[in-house]
Design a protein around this ligand. Structure first.
Ligand code: PFF
Length: 441
Protein backbone atom coordinates (compact mmCIF):
# COMPACT_ATOMS: atom_id res chain seq x y z
CA UNK A 1 0.00 0.00 0.00
CA UNK A 2 1.36 3.41 -0.87
CA UNK A 3 1.92 5.99 1.81
CA UNK A 4 -0.93 8.20 0.60
CA UNK A 5 -3.31 5.29 0.80
CA UNK A 6 -2.23 4.44 4.32
CA UNK A 7 -2.79 7.99 5.41
CA UNK A 8 -6.18 8.44 3.82
CA UNK A 9 -8.67 8.96 6.60
CA UNK A 10 -11.28 6.22 6.49
CA UNK A 11 -14.96 6.99 7.04
CA UNK A 12 -17.50 4.94 9.00
CA UNK A 13 -20.09 3.43 6.73
CA UNK A 14 -22.87 5.27 8.54
CA UNK A 15 -23.68 7.51 11.47
CA UNK A 16 -24.90 4.40 13.28
CA UNK A 17 -21.49 2.77 12.99
CA UNK A 18 -19.92 5.86 14.54
CA UNK A 19 -22.43 5.58 17.39
CA UNK A 20 -21.76 1.86 17.92
CA UNK A 21 -17.97 2.19 17.67
CA UNK A 22 -17.94 5.13 20.07
CA UNK A 23 -20.32 3.27 22.37
CA UNK A 24 -17.97 0.30 22.07
CA UNK A 25 -15.11 2.56 23.18
CA UNK A 26 -17.18 4.06 25.98
CA UNK A 27 -18.79 0.91 27.32
CA UNK A 28 -16.11 -1.21 28.85
CA UNK A 29 -14.60 -2.16 32.16
CA UNK A 30 -15.42 1.36 33.34
CA UNK A 31 -19.13 0.59 33.33
CA UNK A 32 -19.23 -2.98 34.52
CA UNK A 33 -16.17 -3.29 36.75
CA UNK A 34 -15.08 0.18 37.83
CA UNK A 35 -18.32 2.09 38.31
CA UNK A 36 -19.88 -0.32 40.84
CA UNK A 37 -16.73 -0.61 42.90
CA UNK A 38 -15.83 3.08 43.03
CA UNK A 39 -19.47 3.94 43.78
CA UNK A 40 -19.20 1.35 46.57
CA UNK A 41 -15.93 2.77 47.89
CA UNK A 42 -17.18 6.33 47.81
CA UNK A 43 -20.43 5.92 49.66
CA UNK A 44 -22.98 5.26 46.89
CA UNK A 45 -25.75 7.82 46.31
CA UNK A 46 -23.96 11.15 46.61
CA UNK A 47 -21.17 9.82 44.39
CA UNK A 48 -23.64 8.53 41.78
CA UNK A 49 -25.38 11.91 41.73
CA UNK A 50 -22.09 13.78 41.26
CA UNK A 51 -21.11 11.38 38.49
CA UNK A 52 -24.43 11.92 36.69
CA UNK A 53 -24.03 15.68 37.09
CA UNK A 54 -20.52 15.53 35.60
CA UNK A 55 -21.72 13.46 32.63
CA UNK A 56 -24.47 15.94 31.86
CA UNK A 57 -22.73 19.22 32.58
CA UNK A 58 -19.15 18.47 31.56
CA UNK A 59 -19.06 15.14 29.73
CA UNK A 60 -21.65 15.60 27.00
CA UNK A 61 -20.69 19.19 26.04
CA UNK A 62 -16.95 18.40 25.97
CA UNK A 63 -17.59 15.19 24.05
CA UNK A 64 -19.44 17.20 21.41
CA UNK A 65 -16.45 19.59 21.24
CA UNK A 66 -13.92 16.76 20.97
CA UNK A 67 -15.91 15.01 18.22
CA UNK A 68 -16.16 18.29 16.36
CA UNK A 69 -12.36 18.79 16.52
CA UNK A 70 -11.95 15.28 15.14
CA UNK A 71 -14.43 15.57 12.29
CA UNK A 72 -13.12 18.99 11.33
CA UNK A 73 -9.45 17.94 11.60
CA UNK A 74 -9.74 14.48 9.99
CA UNK A 75 -6.36 13.49 11.45
CA UNK A 76 -4.89 11.81 14.52
CA UNK A 77 -5.30 13.98 17.65
CA UNK A 78 -1.76 15.44 17.56
CA UNK A 79 -1.90 16.54 13.92
CA UNK A 80 -5.57 17.52 14.14
CA UNK A 81 -4.70 19.92 16.98
CA UNK A 82 -1.69 21.26 15.05
CA UNK A 83 -3.96 21.90 12.08
CA UNK A 84 -6.61 23.64 14.20
CA UNK A 85 -4.00 25.74 16.00
CA UNK A 86 -2.50 26.82 12.69
CA UNK A 87 -5.91 27.71 11.27
CA UNK A 88 -6.65 30.11 14.14
CA UNK A 89 -3.09 31.41 14.57
CA UNK A 90 -2.75 29.80 17.96
CA UNK A 91 0.39 28.25 19.43
CA UNK A 92 1.56 24.86 18.21
CA UNK A 93 1.65 23.91 21.87
CA UNK A 94 -2.07 23.05 21.62
CA UNK A 95 -0.97 19.76 20.11
CA UNK A 96 -0.11 18.88 23.73
CA UNK A 97 -3.79 17.84 24.01
CA UNK A 98 -3.08 15.09 21.48
CA UNK A 99 0.26 14.08 22.98
CA UNK A 100 -1.13 13.84 26.49
CA UNK A 101 -4.05 11.84 25.08
CA UNK A 102 -1.77 9.33 23.39
CA UNK A 103 0.16 8.96 26.67
CA UNK A 104 -3.04 8.57 28.71
CA UNK A 105 -4.33 5.84 26.39
CA UNK A 106 -1.11 3.89 26.73
CA UNK A 107 -1.06 4.33 30.50
CA UNK A 108 -4.69 3.21 30.89
CA UNK A 109 -4.09 0.16 28.73
CA UNK A 110 -1.21 -0.83 31.05
CA UNK A 111 -3.66 -1.80 33.78
CA UNK A 112 -6.85 -2.18 31.73
CA UNK A 113 -5.41 -5.24 30.04
CA UNK A 114 -4.68 -6.83 33.42
CA UNK A 115 -8.33 -6.43 34.48
CA UNK A 116 -9.52 -7.75 31.11
CA UNK A 117 -7.25 -10.71 31.85
CA UNK A 118 -9.15 -11.32 35.11
CA UNK A 119 -12.35 -11.44 33.06
CA UNK A 120 -10.75 -14.05 30.79
CA UNK A 121 -9.73 -16.09 33.85
CA UNK A 122 -13.36 -16.06 34.98
CA UNK A 123 -14.52 -17.14 31.52
CA UNK A 124 -12.26 -20.13 32.02
CA UNK A 125 -13.35 -20.75 35.62
CA UNK A 126 -17.02 -20.51 34.60
CA UNK A 127 -16.65 -22.77 31.61
CA UNK A 128 -14.89 -25.39 33.73
CA UNK A 129 -17.47 -24.99 36.54
CA UNK A 130 -14.68 -24.43 39.03
CA UNK A 131 -16.68 -22.22 41.40
CA UNK A 132 -20.08 -23.83 40.86
CA UNK A 133 -21.67 -25.03 44.10
CA UNK A 134 -18.86 -23.73 46.32
CA UNK A 135 -19.56 -21.70 49.49
CA UNK A 136 -19.69 -17.93 48.91
CA UNK A 137 -16.71 -17.23 51.15
CA UNK A 138 -14.51 -19.61 49.15
CA UNK A 139 -15.56 -18.00 45.87
CA UNK A 140 -14.76 -14.53 47.19
CA UNK A 141 -11.42 -15.86 48.40
CA UNK A 142 -10.76 -17.18 44.89
CA UNK A 143 -10.22 -13.65 43.64
CA UNK A 144 -7.54 -13.02 46.27
CA UNK A 145 -5.83 -16.21 45.12
CA UNK A 146 -5.85 -14.90 41.55
CA UNK A 147 -4.48 -11.51 42.67
CA UNK A 148 -1.50 -13.30 44.21
CA UNK A 149 -0.94 -15.56 41.21
CA UNK A 150 1.32 -13.41 39.04
CA UNK A 151 2.01 -16.14 36.49
CA UNK A 152 -1.64 -16.69 35.73
CA UNK A 153 -2.37 -12.99 35.47
CA UNK A 154 0.61 -12.63 33.17
CA UNK A 155 -0.74 -15.32 30.88
CA UNK A 156 -4.19 -13.71 30.49
CA UNK A 157 -2.73 -10.22 30.21
CA UNK A 158 -0.47 -11.43 27.39
CA UNK A 159 -3.38 -13.07 25.57
CA UNK A 160 -5.51 -9.94 25.84
CA UNK A 161 -2.69 -7.65 24.68
CA UNK A 162 -1.97 -9.95 21.75
CA UNK A 163 -5.64 -9.79 20.75
CA UNK A 164 -5.61 -6.01 20.97
CA UNK A 165 -2.42 -5.77 18.89
CA UNK A 166 -3.78 -8.13 16.27
CA UNK A 167 -7.00 -6.23 15.71
CA UNK A 168 -5.30 -2.85 15.65
CA UNK A 169 -2.69 -4.18 13.24
CA UNK A 170 -5.48 -5.33 10.92
CA UNK A 171 -7.06 -1.89 10.96
CA UNK A 172 -9.88 -0.59 13.08
CA UNK A 173 -12.63 0.45 10.74
CA UNK A 174 -12.83 -2.88 8.91
CA UNK A 175 -13.51 -5.29 11.74
CA UNK A 176 -14.55 -3.18 14.65
CA UNK A 177 -17.62 -1.48 13.21
CA UNK A 178 -19.19 -4.81 12.42
CA UNK A 179 -18.15 -6.45 15.69
CA UNK A 180 -19.53 -3.73 17.95
CA UNK A 181 -22.83 -3.71 16.10
CA UNK A 182 -23.34 -7.32 17.17
CA UNK A 183 -21.58 -7.36 20.53
CA UNK A 184 -23.03 -4.28 22.19
CA UNK A 185 -26.68 -5.40 21.90
CA UNK A 186 -25.61 -8.84 23.15
CA UNK A 187 -23.91 -7.32 26.17
CA UNK A 188 -26.98 -5.26 26.86
CA UNK A 189 -29.30 -8.27 26.64
CA UNK A 190 -27.13 -10.29 29.00
CA UNK A 191 -26.99 -7.44 31.46
CA UNK A 192 -30.78 -7.15 31.36
CA UNK A 193 -31.09 -10.85 32.05
CA UNK A 194 -28.78 -10.54 35.04
CA UNK A 195 -30.70 -7.50 36.21
CA UNK A 196 -33.81 -9.70 36.27
CA UNK A 197 -31.87 -12.30 38.23
CA UNK A 198 -30.63 -9.69 40.71
CA UNK A 199 -34.19 -8.36 41.08
CA UNK A 200 -35.53 -11.83 41.84
CA UNK A 201 -32.72 -13.08 44.05
CA UNK A 202 -30.88 -10.07 45.42
CA UNK A 203 -31.55 -7.30 47.92
CA UNK A 204 -32.85 -4.98 45.25
CA UNK A 205 -34.39 -2.24 47.37
CA UNK A 206 -31.35 -2.05 49.62
CA UNK A 207 -29.22 -1.66 46.51
CA UNK A 208 -31.47 1.04 45.08
CA UNK A 209 -31.33 3.07 48.25
CA UNK A 210 -27.56 2.59 48.42
CA UNK A 211 -27.17 3.88 44.87
CA UNK A 212 -29.70 6.68 44.89
CA UNK A 213 -29.97 8.00 48.45
CA UNK A 214 -27.50 10.82 48.64
CA UNK A 215 -25.62 11.43 51.86
CA UNK A 216 -23.75 14.62 51.06
CA UNK A 217 -21.63 14.40 54.18
CA UNK A 218 -19.66 11.78 52.22
CA UNK A 219 -18.77 14.24 49.46
CA UNK A 220 -15.16 15.18 50.10
CA UNK A 221 -13.04 16.97 47.50
CA UNK A 222 -11.49 13.70 46.47
CA UNK A 223 -14.86 11.99 46.00
CA UNK A 224 -15.97 14.80 43.69
CA UNK A 225 -12.69 14.48 41.77
CA UNK A 226 -13.15 10.73 41.41
CA UNK A 227 -16.74 11.24 40.18
CA UNK A 228 -15.53 13.73 37.57
CA UNK A 229 -12.60 11.52 36.60
CA UNK A 230 -14.93 8.61 36.14
CA UNK A 231 -17.29 10.64 33.97
CA UNK A 232 -14.34 11.33 31.63
CA UNK A 233 -13.06 7.77 31.83
CA UNK A 234 -16.38 6.11 31.10
CA UNK A 235 -17.04 8.37 28.10
CA UNK A 236 -13.44 7.84 26.85
CA UNK A 237 -13.15 11.59 26.95
CA UNK A 238 -10.30 14.08 26.89
CA UNK A 239 -7.69 11.80 25.40
CA UNK A 240 -8.14 11.76 21.65
CA UNK A 241 -10.16 8.56 21.28
CA UNK A 242 -13.34 10.48 20.59
CA UNK A 243 -11.33 12.81 18.33
CA UNK A 244 -9.93 9.92 16.27
CA UNK A 245 -13.34 8.27 15.99
CA UNK A 246 -14.84 11.65 15.13
CA UNK A 247 -12.31 12.00 12.34
CA UNK A 248 -13.83 8.91 10.70
CA UNK A 249 -17.32 10.40 10.96
CA UNK A 250 -19.31 11.19 7.82
CA UNK A 251 -19.42 14.97 7.32
CA UNK A 252 -23.21 15.14 7.26
CA UNK A 253 -23.90 13.22 10.48
CA UNK A 254 -25.27 15.18 13.43
CA UNK A 255 -22.70 15.34 16.21
CA UNK A 256 -24.94 16.36 19.14
CA UNK A 257 -27.57 13.69 18.63
CA UNK A 258 -24.94 10.97 18.08
CA UNK A 259 -23.04 12.00 21.22
CA UNK A 260 -26.19 12.23 23.35
CA UNK A 261 -27.06 8.69 22.23
CA UNK A 262 -23.59 7.40 23.16
CA UNK A 263 -23.61 9.13 26.56
CA UNK A 264 -27.14 7.88 27.27
CA UNK A 265 -26.27 4.26 26.41
CA UNK A 266 -23.04 4.44 28.40
CA UNK A 267 -24.76 5.84 31.50
CA UNK A 268 -27.64 3.40 31.22
CA UNK A 269 -25.27 0.45 31.05
CA UNK A 270 -23.33 1.68 34.10
CA UNK A 271 -26.53 2.12 36.11
CA UNK A 272 -27.87 -1.28 35.05
CA UNK A 273 -24.52 -2.84 35.99
CA UNK A 274 -24.78 -1.18 39.42
CA UNK A 275 -28.36 -2.34 39.87
CA UNK A 276 -27.27 -5.85 38.98
CA UNK A 277 -24.19 -6.05 41.15
CA UNK A 278 -25.25 -4.27 44.36
CA UNK A 279 -28.36 -6.44 45.03
CA UNK A 280 -26.07 -9.47 44.76
CA UNK A 281 -23.43 -7.80 46.94
CA UNK A 282 -25.97 -7.23 49.71
CA UNK A 283 -27.59 -10.64 49.31
CA UNK A 284 -24.27 -12.42 49.65
CA UNK A 285 -23.15 -10.35 52.61
CA UNK A 286 -20.19 -8.79 50.79
CA UNK A 287 -18.99 -5.24 51.34
CA UNK A 288 -19.92 -2.73 48.60
CA UNK A 289 -16.56 -1.09 49.33
CA UNK A 290 -14.56 -4.23 48.69
CA UNK A 291 -12.59 -2.62 45.86
CA UNK A 292 -11.46 -3.80 42.44
CA UNK A 293 -12.44 -7.41 43.13
CA UNK A 294 -16.13 -6.59 43.64
CA UNK A 295 -17.36 -7.78 40.22
CA UNK A 296 -15.17 -10.87 40.29
CA UNK A 297 -16.46 -11.91 43.69
CA UNK A 298 -20.18 -11.15 43.42
CA UNK A 299 -21.00 -12.48 40.01
CA UNK A 300 -19.37 -15.90 40.47
CA UNK A 301 -21.25 -16.18 43.78
CA UNK A 302 -24.49 -15.45 41.92
CA UNK A 303 -23.67 -17.81 39.06
CA UNK A 304 -22.59 -20.58 41.44
CA UNK A 305 -26.21 -21.25 42.40
CA UNK A 306 -27.91 -20.04 39.25
CA UNK A 307 -29.61 -22.28 36.73
CA UNK A 308 -26.97 -23.07 34.12
CA UNK A 309 -24.64 -20.76 36.00
CA UNK A 310 -21.48 -22.10 34.36
CA UNK A 311 -22.85 -21.35 30.91
CA UNK A 312 -24.22 -17.89 31.74
CA UNK A 313 -21.13 -17.08 33.78
CA UNK A 314 -18.83 -17.92 30.89
CA UNK A 315 -21.04 -15.89 28.55
CA UNK A 316 -21.12 -12.92 30.87
CA UNK A 317 -17.37 -12.76 31.51
CA UNK A 318 -16.68 -13.29 27.83
CA UNK A 319 -18.79 -10.27 27.06
CA UNK A 320 -16.98 -8.26 29.74
CA UNK A 321 -13.72 -9.21 28.03
CA UNK A 322 -15.11 -8.30 24.62
CA UNK A 323 -16.44 -4.96 25.88
CA UNK A 324 -12.92 -4.41 27.22
CA UNK A 325 -11.46 -5.31 23.82
CA UNK A 326 -13.57 -2.78 21.93
CA UNK A 327 -12.32 -0.20 24.45
CA UNK A 328 -8.68 -1.30 24.46
CA UNK A 329 -8.50 -0.86 20.70
CA UNK A 330 -9.79 2.66 21.12
CA UNK A 331 -7.20 3.30 23.84
CA UNK A 332 -4.29 2.46 21.57
CA UNK A 333 -5.70 3.89 18.32
CA UNK A 334 -4.75 7.55 18.90
CA UNK A 335 -1.11 6.46 19.32
CA UNK A 336 -1.22 4.20 16.28
CA UNK A 337 -2.80 6.87 14.09
CA UNK A 338 -0.13 9.34 15.22
CA UNK A 339 2.77 6.95 14.54
CA UNK A 340 1.29 6.13 11.15
CA UNK A 341 1.25 9.79 10.26
CA UNK A 342 4.91 9.96 11.31
CA UNK A 343 5.65 7.28 8.73
CA UNK A 344 5.67 4.14 10.87
CA UNK A 345 3.96 1.19 9.27
CA UNK A 346 0.70 0.26 11.03
CA UNK A 347 1.75 -3.27 11.94
CA UNK A 348 5.05 -2.10 13.42
CA UNK A 349 3.26 0.67 15.31
CA UNK A 350 0.71 -1.79 16.71
CA UNK A 351 3.36 -4.28 17.79
CA UNK A 352 5.63 -1.64 19.28
CA UNK A 353 2.93 0.13 21.28
CA UNK A 354 1.35 -3.11 22.41
CA UNK A 355 4.71 -4.39 23.62
CA UNK A 356 5.25 -1.17 25.54
CA UNK A 357 1.78 -1.46 27.14
CA UNK A 358 2.44 -5.12 27.87
CA UNK A 359 5.58 -4.19 29.83
CA UNK A 360 3.60 -1.64 31.82
CA UNK A 361 1.02 -4.33 32.47
CA UNK A 362 3.70 -6.60 33.87
CA UNK A 363 4.63 -3.81 36.31
CA UNK A 364 0.93 -3.43 37.28
CA UNK A 365 0.70 -7.15 37.97
CA UNK A 366 3.75 -7.18 40.21
CA UNK A 367 3.06 -3.93 42.03
CA UNK A 368 -0.46 -2.87 42.95
CA UNK A 369 0.93 0.60 43.55
CA UNK A 370 1.71 0.94 39.84
CA UNK A 371 -1.79 -0.30 39.00
CA UNK A 372 -3.43 2.21 41.37
CA UNK A 373 -1.22 5.16 40.34
CA UNK A 374 -1.80 4.59 36.61
CA UNK A 375 -5.54 4.53 37.22
CA UNK A 376 -5.60 7.56 39.53
CA UNK A 377 -3.35 9.81 37.44
CA UNK A 378 -4.99 9.07 34.09
CA UNK A 379 -8.66 9.16 35.11
CA UNK A 380 -8.53 11.92 37.68
CA UNK A 381 -5.89 14.22 36.23
CA UNK A 382 -4.97 13.59 32.59
CA UNK A 383 -8.44 13.06 31.11
CA UNK A 384 -10.13 16.00 32.89
CA UNK A 385 -7.12 18.18 32.01
CA UNK A 386 -7.44 17.10 28.36
CA UNK A 387 -11.16 17.91 28.51
CA UNK A 388 -10.46 21.29 30.09
CA UNK A 389 -7.97 22.17 27.34
CA UNK A 390 -10.39 21.01 24.62
CA UNK A 391 -13.11 23.23 26.09
CA UNK A 392 -10.75 26.22 26.34
CA UNK A 393 -9.49 25.70 22.78
CA UNK A 394 -12.98 25.46 21.30
CA UNK A 395 -14.48 28.17 23.51
CA UNK A 396 -11.69 30.73 23.25
CA UNK A 397 -9.59 29.93 20.17
CA UNK A 398 -11.82 28.28 17.61
CA UNK A 399 -14.63 30.53 18.74
CA UNK A 400 -18.33 30.89 18.14
CA UNK A 401 -18.56 31.32 14.36
CA UNK A 402 -16.26 28.45 13.34
CA UNK A 403 -17.92 26.12 15.81
CA UNK A 404 -21.39 27.13 14.61
CA UNK A 405 -20.37 26.28 11.06
CA UNK A 406 -19.40 22.76 12.21
CA UNK A 407 -22.47 22.21 14.37
CA UNK A 408 -25.25 23.72 12.34
CA UNK A 409 -27.92 21.09 12.83
CA UNK A 410 -29.17 22.22 16.23
CA UNK A 411 -31.24 25.33 16.94
CA UNK A 412 -29.53 28.63 17.67
CA UNK A 413 -30.73 28.57 21.27
CA UNK A 414 -29.32 25.12 21.96
CA UNK A 415 -26.07 25.97 20.24
CA UNK A 416 -25.69 29.14 22.35
CA UNK A 417 -26.30 27.12 25.48
CA UNK A 418 -23.65 24.56 24.46
CA UNK A 419 -21.18 27.31 23.62
CA UNK A 420 -21.65 29.05 26.98
CA UNK A 421 -21.02 25.73 28.71
CA UNK A 422 -17.87 25.09 26.65
CA UNK A 423 -16.50 28.60 27.01
CA UNK A 424 -17.23 29.19 30.69
CA UNK A 425 -18.97 26.48 32.65
CA UNK A 426 -16.99 23.36 31.65
CA UNK A 427 -13.51 24.91 32.17
CA UNK A 428 -14.60 26.47 35.44
CA UNK A 429 -16.25 23.25 36.58
CA UNK A 430 -13.09 21.21 35.98
CA UNK A 431 -10.91 23.89 37.62
CA UNK A 432 -13.15 24.11 40.69
CA UNK A 433 -13.11 20.34 41.13
CA UNK A 434 -9.30 20.27 40.74
CA UNK A 435 -8.97 23.07 43.29
CA UNK A 436 -11.36 21.37 45.71
CA UNK A 437 -9.48 18.10 45.55
CA UNK A 438 -6.21 19.91 46.25
CA UNK A 439 -7.85 21.52 49.26
CA UNK A 440 -7.44 25.02 47.79
CA UNK A 441 -11.14 25.86 48.24
N1 PFF B 1 -14.47 4.12 28.46
C1 PFF B 1 -13.77 2.90 28.74
C2 PFF B 1 -14.47 2.20 29.88
O1 PFF B 1 -15.38 2.75 30.48
O2 PFF B 1 -14.07 1.08 30.19
C3 PFF B 1 -12.32 3.12 29.05
C4 PFF B 1 -11.63 4.02 28.08
C5 PFF B 1 -11.56 3.67 26.74
C6 PFF B 1 -11.11 5.22 28.51
C7 PFF B 1 -10.96 4.53 25.84
C8 PFF B 1 -10.53 6.09 27.64
C9 PFF B 1 -10.47 5.73 26.29
F1 PFF B 1 -9.94 6.54 25.47
Amino acid sequence: MSETNTLQTPTWTSRWTFIMATTGAAVGLGNIWKFPYIAGENGGGAFVLMYLGCILLLGVPIMIAETMLGRKGRENPVHAMLKHARSVDASKAWSFIGIMGVAAGIMILMYYSVVAGWALEYVFQSATSSYIGKPSADIAEGFSTLSADTGRQLMWHSIFMAGTALIVALGVTKGIGKAVNILMPMLFLLLLMLLGYAYENGEFSQALSFMFTADFSKLTGDVVLIAMGHAFFTLSLGMGTVMVYGSYMPQNASIPSAIITVAFLDTLIALVAGMTIFPLVFASGLEPASGPGLLFKTLPIAFSTMWNGAFFGAGFFLLVAIAALSSSISLIEPGIAWLEKLGVNRIAAALGLALFCWLGGVASIYTTEVFDKLDYITANIMLPLGGLLIAVFVGWKLGFTRSRKEISEISGGLFNLWFVVIRFIAPLGVLIIFAKSLGLI
